[in-house]
Design a binder for this molecule. Structure first.
Ligand code: ADP
Ligand code: MG
Ligand code: MG
Length: 507
C-alpha cells in the first residue's frame, strides 16, 4: 500500500503550486508529444493547421487497486484468444448479426461485405488484432473486482498517448511532487511501466512479418487508414514512429475517402496484392502488407456507396486487415451480451480451459438482450420502468463514444423506435466504481472533484482464420490506458471531449 489511498488525495495545492504544475505539464506535454490538434472552439484562427495543444490530463496519477490492475493485465491474452476464436466462428457471428441487422443498417452492410468476399474467396486468412479491453472497478460484498465495460476490436485508440501520460506522471513524481507542501500522499508512488506504444507496434510488426514476401515485386509497407482532419493525430503518429523503429521501412497514412483513388488491385494478380502509391510521389508503388484501420468503425465514414466499395476492396485484397470485417463484428456489444448471458454456453465453445472461463466470467457484469426471449422481455420491463432504468445503460452496436443511452433516457429513446428493432440494443448494468478525486487540466483550465476511472488493457495478436487447431501466431498483452472523467459525466471518451488521459497509481 502507498500513502495515496488516504483521504488527503489529491494533495491540496496553493495558487503558486497550481500555476507551476500547470506550466510544467504544458511544456512537458508538447516536448514529448502528449498533444492533440486544437478543437475549433479553442482556436478559431489556425488556417494552416500548425497548432498543437496538450491533451487533457490529470495533474496526478489516479489511485487504482493493484489487484484489479494485475487481474486485468493477466487476463488479456485469454481475451485476445477468445476474440480471435469468435472472429473465426462465422455461424456464431451470423446468428448475432441476424438479430441486430433489422434495426441496424451499418451492421447489415458490414456483413454484406464479408458475404461478397466469401463468395469469390478470401485470399488472406491471416488477421491482426490490436484490441483494448475496458474495465471499471466495481465494489461488491466480496471486495473490489474489475468489470468489463466493453471489448474494442477496431481503432482502439490512445495507445500512443497513454505511454506518454505514464511518463509524464513519472516525471512529475520525480521532480515536482516532492516539492509540494502537501506531498505526503504523493511520495514513493507505485507507478507501473506502460509499454502501450511499443506493444502495439510490435503487433504491427508481427503481422508485417507474417505476411511473407511481396508478390508484386514492390516494397512492402503498412497503411494507416485514418479519418480526414483527425485531431488525435499524435496518438497515431507515436504508433507510426514506433512501427518504423521495429524495422518496418515504410508506413503511410491514407484517409478513408482516398482508398479507391490511391490503392489498387491488379485484376490479373490472383494473389490480389493491395498496391499503394503515395500522392506525393505517384510513380512509386508499395504493397500494403498490413492495413491498420483508425477509421471505418462507424456509419460516419460510410456516407457514400463508394465508401462501402472501398471497404470491400480492402477486405478482398491480400493485405492483413486490422481488423477484418469479421473481427470488427466480433466487437459488437451484442457479442459481449451473449457471452455474459448466464444460460448461454457460448463461452465454452471458444475457451477450452475451465479456469480461464471462470477468470473471464468474473470480469463480466450483467448484460441483457432487449429481444423477445424471456430474458429480453424481462429486460424490456426494466428498461421501460422509470425507476428500474436508473441502474442501466442501453447500447447500440456502435463505437467511438456518444452513442449510449443512460438511465432515464432509456425509456424515452425506446419510445422513438419500433419495438421489433429493440433487439439491436443491449441493456447493461451500470458499474459504480469507488469514489476517487483528482484535478483535470483541459484546454488550460483546471477541473477539480470526483472522478471515474476506466482502465483499458491493450492486446496484440496475429492468427490464421483457417487454422483448425485455433492457435495464435502472436499473442501479447500490450500496455494499458487509464481514462478519467468527472463523476457527473456518463460518457468517458477523451476524443469525444468527455474524458482525459491519466495513469495508474497502484494502491
Ligand atoms: P464506446 O464503444 O462508444 O466507447 P462504451 O461501451 O465504452 O462505448 O461506452 C462509452 C462510455 O460509457 C464508457 O467509456 C463509460 O464511461 C460509459 N459506460 C459504458 N458502459 C458502462 C457501464 N456498464 N457502467 C458504467 N459506465 C459505462
Ligand atoms: Mg468501443
Ligand atoms: Mg468505450
Amino acid at each position: 500500500m502507498t500513502s495515496a489511498s488516504g483521504d488527503s488525495f489529491p494533495p491540496t495545492l496553493d495558487a503558486r503550486e497550481r500555476e507551476h504544475l500547470v506550466q510544467v505539464i504544458k511544456d512537458w506535454s508538447i516536448a514529448y508529444g502528449l498533444a492533440v490538434r486544437p478543437p475549433p472552439a479553442v482556436v478559431n484562427n489556425d488556417p494552416d493547421g500548425i497548432l498543437a495543444i496538450n491533451a487533457p490530463v490529470t495533474l496526478f496519477p489516479s489511485p487504482f487497486p493493484k489487484s484489479c490492475f494485475e487481474e486485468a493485465r493477466a487476463i488479456q491474452r485469454a481475451y485476445n484468444e477468445l476474440y480471435a476464436n469468435i472472429s473465426r466462428d462465422e455461424d456464431f457471428l451470423r446468428d448475432i448479426v441476424q438479430e441486430v441487422a433489422g434495426g441496424d443498417d451499418f451492421i447489415a452492410n458490414l456483413w454484406n461485405v464479408h458475404l461478397r468476399v466469401k463468395k469469390e474467396g478470401y485470399v488472406q486468412s491471416l488477421a491482426l488484432g490490436l484490441f483494448r479491453s475496458d474495465y471499471m472497478v466495481h465494489r461488491d460484498d466480496d471486495g473490489l473486482q474489475i468489470k468489463q465495460v466493453e471489448f474494442n476490436t477496431i481503432a482502439s485508440s490512445f495507445g500512443g498517448l497513454s505511454a506518454q501520460t505514464s511518463l509524464l506522471h513519472k516525471h512529475l513524481a520525480q521532480t515536482e511532487y516532492p516539492l509540494l507542501q502537501d506531498s505526503s500522499s504523493v511520495s514513493s508512488l507505485d507507478l507501473p511501466p506502460n509499454e502501450s506504444t511499443a506493444g502495439l507496434a510490435a503487433g504491427l510488426k508481427a503481422a508485417y512479418d507474417a505476411y511473407g514476401s511481396a508478390t508484386s515485386g514492390h516494397p512492402k509497407c503498412i497503411l494507416f487508414l485514418v479519418q480526414p482532419g483527425e485531431r488525435n493525430i499524435f496518438d497515431q503518429r507515436h504508433l507510426e514512429y514506433a512501427a518504423l523503429r521495429t524495422g518496418v521501412p515504410f508506413v503511410f497514412r491514407l484517409t478513408f475517402p482516398d482508398i479507391l483513388a490511391r490503392t489498387r488491385i491488379d485484376p490479373a494478380d490472383p494473389s490480389r496484392a493491395l498496391l499503394y502509391s503515395p500522392p506525393h510521389n505517384p510513380s512509386k508503388t508499395f504493397e500494403a502488407a498490413v492495413t491498420y484501420l483508425r477509421a471505418g468503425y462507424g456509419p460516419g465514414d460510410y456516407q457514400t456507396d463508394d465508401a462501402w466499395e472501398a471497404r470491400y476492396h480492402l477486405e478482398r485484397s491480400r493485405t492483413i486487415a486490422c481488423p477484418t470485417v469479421l473481427t470488427q463484428l466480433a466487437g459488437m456489444k451484442k457479442v459481449q451480451q451473449v457471452l455474459a448471458t448466464p444460460s448461454s454456453s457460448e463461452l465454452e465453445k471458444f475457451v477450452a480451459s475451465r479456469a480461464t472461463r471462470d477468470a473471464l466470467l468474473r470480469t463480466f457484469t450483467n448484460i441483457f438482450p432487449l429481444d423477445a426471449t424471456d430474458a429480453g422481455l424481462e429486460a424490456r420491463r426494466l428498461a421501460t420502468d422509470q425507476e428500474a432504468c436508473q441502474r442501466y445503460v442501453m447500447k447500440p452496436q456502435r463505437e467511438g463514444g456518444g452513442n449510449n443511452f443512460y438511465r432515464g433516457a432509456i425509456p424515452e429513446h425506446l419510445k422513438t423506435i419500433p419495438e421489433e428493432h429493440w433487439g439491436s440494443y443491449i441493456l447493461m448494468e451500470l458499474i459504480t466504481p469507488p469514489p476517487v478525486a483528482n484535478i483535470i487540466l483541459r484546454n488550460g483550465k483546471l477541473e477539480q472533484g470526483g472522478v471515474i476511472c476506466e482502465l483499458g488493457i491493450y492486446g496484440a495478436c496475429v492468427w490464421d482464420q483457417a487454422d483448425k487447431d485455433r492457435k495464435l501466431i502472436y499473442n501479447e498483452e500490450s500496455g494499458y490506458l487509464l481514462r478519467t472523467k468527472g463523476d457527473q459525466s456518463e460518457e468517458g471518451g477523451v476524443a469525444a471531449g468527455y474524458g482525459c488521459m491519466d495513469s495508474v497509481l497502484l494502491v
